[in-house]
Design a protein around this ligand. Structure first.
Ligand SMILES: [Fe+2]
Length: 147
């Protein structure tokens, strides 16, 4: 099989190694991956006819919603590195806003840039940064009885 074609066929879809065992967060992370998969599919099309803007908007809205959930839980449970985590979330939002602006200029490689950024961000953020709050949030939810 053609090596390049093979490479672009790799999809970074959800797998259970991303589970943090916090139900509400895992559900939202799965949704994040679904949006990522949609972008990945668009990156394989020659034309995306405005679909990219729709999915960028969806990603921005969903990121806001998800980050609010996470930040509230981190704060309430006194998990470590709250400020650092918020900075990472803000970085993501700013980056997505930049992609939305870039989309106005019909940049043909934009969709690939988004795929590269999101793949790295999802892998690194969920395993390293989100991983830091797991114990504190799990304990908080157990005590709170809300999970
Ligand atoms: Fe996070």
């Amino acid at each position: 099989m053609n090596e390049t074609k093979n490479q672009t066929a790799i999809t970074q879809t959800w797998n259970n190694s991303f589970l943090l065992n916090i139900e509400v967060i895992d559900k939202q992370h799965k949704r994040f991956f679904e949006i990522f998969d949609t972008i990945l599919q668009l990156s394989r099309k020659a034309e995306n006819e405005g679909e990219l803007l729709n999915v960028i908007n969806e990603l921005q809205e969903y990121a806001h919603y998800h980050f609010q959930t996470e930040e509230a839980l981190i704060e309430k449970s006194n998990a470590p590195n709250f400020e650092l985590h918020v900075i990472q979330h803000e970085f993501f939002i700013q980056k997505i806003k930049g992609f939305r602006m870039a989309n106005n200029y019909n940049n043909p490689v934009l969709v690939n840039q988004i795929v590269i950024f999101m793949r790295k961000w999802l892998l690194m953020h969920i395993s390293d940064v989100d991983g830091e709050y797991v114990t504190a949030v799990q304990q908080f939810l157990l005590k709170d009885g809300a999970n």
